[in-house]
Design a protein around this ligand. Structure first.
Ligand SMILES: C[S@@+](CC[C@H](N)C(=O)[O-])C[C@H]1O[C@@H](n2cnc3c(N)ncnc32)[C@H](O)[C@@H]1O
Length: 321
């Protein structure tokens, strides 16, 4: 799985940045990040086309990596699921559409919906194939959501009050012909919101494809929360936009991939819930088990075959039962 922005997308972003002051974009980006961190929704953060571009330069690599990881997890559990249509709800600059397009060659039609005209306009300018992209400026709370094989909402529900997020999740599920993928910030709040959506949609007949290897109540309890991390490289432009020196950043995210019962899933398996811990004698894994329990598994180096099978396993991966 390649979680870095596709070269063609980076090139488009670079072209759109040409002739603009790097310093001004960096200042905008920092102001935008500060407003998002303070909990403001996009409607109070993005005020013009420059803000939209600054958002894309600074946040798109991370939200792209998170959306890619979530969609990849879906494709591992549902290898035969090959969507032809996509609805990207709250598309912003089109991040999740790019991630889905990179994974699913068969996508023919893409509906991108957003309430912010500057971000939607940018999504149109960045779109890999304008002919098959339908851009819709609309409030998700009221819009008709076009039915699609795959519906994605990436870092959107976090902007809504809890009740409105649940309501929108139910409508997104109604629009999902095959699968719904929701990506949220990897915070306790993001996880708690997803767990409420999970219970509601399981009651409506949804099957959880990932990350949970079961349909039982979530066994993770506060102050812990289920989330994952994507490490992504920072380009020079990205470092400038973030005002940061490190050549990489770690994006924490939480997600849910839900499918209709007709979508065939590969056999379920335990999922790694935390960074594997290695010492001289063994690897220790914290796992979410298909039984619906959390377990700690320690695999000694002396058990060569078992050790080899988990040596390269990472946080968020599936392991053999
Ligand atoms: C943090 S951005 C995420 C953008 C993109 N999905 C991504 O992953 O990079 C949230 C997006 O949701 C959109 N959004 C939030 N509430 C909305 C609503 N009620 N109707 C339409 N769009 C909404 C915002 O305009 C913004 O583009």
């Amino acid at each position: 799985m390649d979680a870095a922005l596709p070269e063609s997308l980076s090139a488009r972003l670079e072209t759109l940045s040409e002739g603009r002051s790097g310093r001004a974009l960096a200042e905008k980006a920092q102001a935008i990040s500060a407003r998002y961190r303070a909990g403001a929704p996009s409607s109070r953060v993005i005020g013009d086309a420059e803000d939209a571009l600054a958002y894309a330069l600074t946040r798109m690599p991370a939200t792209y990596a998170a959306a890619t990881a979530a969609l990849h997890a879906l494709s591992i559990r549902a290898p035969g699921f090959r969507p032809r249509s996509l609805t990207d709800a709250g598309c912003g600059p089109g991040t999740a559409s790019w991630a889905a397009t990179a994974l699913f060659d068969e996508l023919e039609t893409l509906a991108l919906i957003d309430g912010d005209r500057f971000l939607l306009d940018l999504a149109g300018r960045l779109a890999p194939d304008a002919a098959r992209t339908d851009l819709r400026l609309a409030d998700l709370a009221r819009a008709d959501l076009p039915g699609a094989d795959l519906v994605v909402a990436s870092y959107v529900l976090t902007e809504l009050p809890d009740a409105a997020a649940l309501d929108l999740a139910a409508r997104l599920w109604s629009a999902a012909v095959g699968a719904l993928v929701i990506v949220e910030p990897g915070t306790p709040r993001g996880w708690a919101g997803l767990m409420a959506i999970r219970s509601m949609l399981i009651n409506l007949g949804a099957v959880v494809a990932a990350p949970c290897p079961h349909l039982a109540p979530c066994p993770v309890t506060a102050p812990d929360w289920c989330h994952f991390v994507q490490r992504l490289p920072r380009s020079r432009a990205h470092r400038l936009g973030k005002g940061a020196d490190a050549p990489f950043e770690d994006e924490k995210f939480a997600y849910l991939a839900l499918v209709r019962p007709g979508v065939t899933l590969a056999p379920t398996a335990p999922r790694v819930l935390a960074p594997p811990l290695q010492d001289k004698a063994a690897i220790s894994l914290k796992l979410c088990e298909p039984t619906g329990a959390v377990s700690l598994r320690r695999i000694g180096r002396r058990d060569k075959a078992a050790f080899r099978s988990v040596r390269r396993v990472g946080w968020g991966d599936l392991v053999e039962p």
